[in-house]
Design a protein around this ligand. Structure first.
Ligand code: PLP
Length: 390
């Protein structure tokens, strides 16, 4: 990354770690074999897949055979939801699912699709701090509920849902629980042996691995209808010749995560807290911070600047070579403000002036301080021309 540019949009995507890139290049150059081939080119390729599966499983305290590689978080979410629900629909039944109002479109849109095929969906509202309670889940469960899908950490606010507590309830009722852990993987510890969920999605490009690779962790015994049919790779759950370089990249990226999780989490949290408090002081406490203050991942800040439009703030920051995001990257084409913040009951005016700042592996204290300085100057300039600001 260029040293003058400041990247504070790690929740949108992360640069590939150079160690990961090196392994991927080596695999691409030296291992073009098909892992399904039994000859001397195929066998080393199969070994690469095996190693990557173990590396990913280790971060989750899972067994390697429980990992199904996919083409990213979106595919993992689709496989989890459609994989569970389609068999019920094929039998002519009307399965009921529970999700939250702040799920990523990969979950929400999969549910809309399933709804069009006859499934019934309950969407739980979130509180103003972006949280939900296990009691809300209990109240929504009925005799037809087959699945609950709730994200581990929100992509925009970083808020953590009480997934372990909810898992106790779903397990008791014999209902499957899926969690989209794309924004939590590598940021907080996840141990599937104690967490209690049944399915868990992750994505490579949020953890310094390439785009287009991810995984779904599947608890043994959970049956899924595959989305792709073909050569039977990934235990016939995801046919298609393996993305060898991507898997090797995600594997090493996972190994790197374990090595640095505790220290790196603390380092990023310290920078995040510094950024928040300096911004608050510099702008006379006029910013509105969104999301639960404690129950959140260490790298994410969601805030609104009153009387300022988020898109123009973003454009001014961009002119200074600073990258943050207005709402989530996936929904930034919309102009009514972030859907996640609107679901939290934030007024449209405030939601429109919202920004997501997300820190990562290469964020430095100098960058944080430069950001605060430039951001403050821009906000003062925008306030000066805002007819609403007094
Ligand atoms: N789920 C969450 C919470 C995300 O933040 C994202 C990406 O932004 C996805 C799923 C989709 O992952 P991918 O981009 O790998 O398809």
């Amino acid at each position: 990354m260029s040293s003058e540019k400041i990247y504070l949009d790690y929740n949108a995507t992360t640069p590939i770690d150079s160690r990961v890139l090196e392994v991927m290049a080596k695999v691409a150059q030296e291992n073009f074999g098909n892992p399904s081939s039994s000859h001397c080119f195929g066998r080393p390729a199969a070994e690469i897949v095996k190693k990557a599966r173990l590396q990913v499983a280790t971060v989750l305290n899972a067994e390697p055979e429980e990992i199904c590689f996919t083409a990213g978080g979106t595919e993992s979410d689709n496989l989890a939801l459609k994989g569970v629900v389609l068999p019920y629909l094929l039998q002519g039944r009307k399965p009921h699912l529970i999700i939250s109002a702040v799920e990523h479109p990969a979950v929400a849109e999969s549910c809309h699709y399933l709804e069009s095929l006859g499934a019934l969906i309950t969407t739980l509202p979130v509180a103003e701090d972006g949280t939900i309670t296990p009691a809300q889940v209990v109240a929504a469960i009925n005799d037809d509920t087959v699945m609950v899908s709730l994200m581990f950490a929100n992509n925009e606010t970083g808020v953590l849902f009480p997934v372990a507590e909810i898992a106790e309830l779903t397990k008791y009722r014999g209902i499957l629980l899926h969690t989209d852990a794309v924004q939590a993987f590598g940021k907080v510890e996840i141990d599937v042996k104690t967490l209690g969920v049944d399915l868990l999605s992750i994505s490579g490009h949020k953890v310094y691995a390439p785009k287009g690779v991810g995984a779904l962790w599947i608890r043994p015994g959970v049956e899924l209808e595959p989305l792709f049919h073909g050569g039977g790779q990934e235990r016939a759950l995801r046919s298609g010749t393996e993305n060898l370089t991507g898997m090797a990249g995600l594997g090493l990226a996972s190994e790197i995560l374990i090595a640095g999780m505790a220290d790196e989490g603390l380092r990023i949290k310290t920078l995040r807290d510094r950024l928040e408090s300096q911004l608050g002081m510099a702008l006379d406490q006029q910013l509105v911070f969104h999301g639960h203050r404690q129950h959140r991942v260490p790298n994410t800040i969601s805030l609104s600047v009153p009387y300022v439009d988020g898109e123009s703030l973003l454009a001014h920051l961009d002119l200074e070579d600073i990258a943050v995001s207005a709402g989530s990257a996936c929904s930034s084409g919309e102009h009514q403000g972030s859907p996640v913040l609107r679901a939290m009951g934030i007024t449209p005016e405030l939601a429109q002036g919202s920004l997501r700042i997300s820190l990562g592996r290469w964020t430095t204290m100098a960058e944080v301080d430069t950001f605060v300085e430039k951001f403050t100057a821009i906000v003062h300039r925008l306030w000066a021309i805002s007819p609403l600001y007094r």
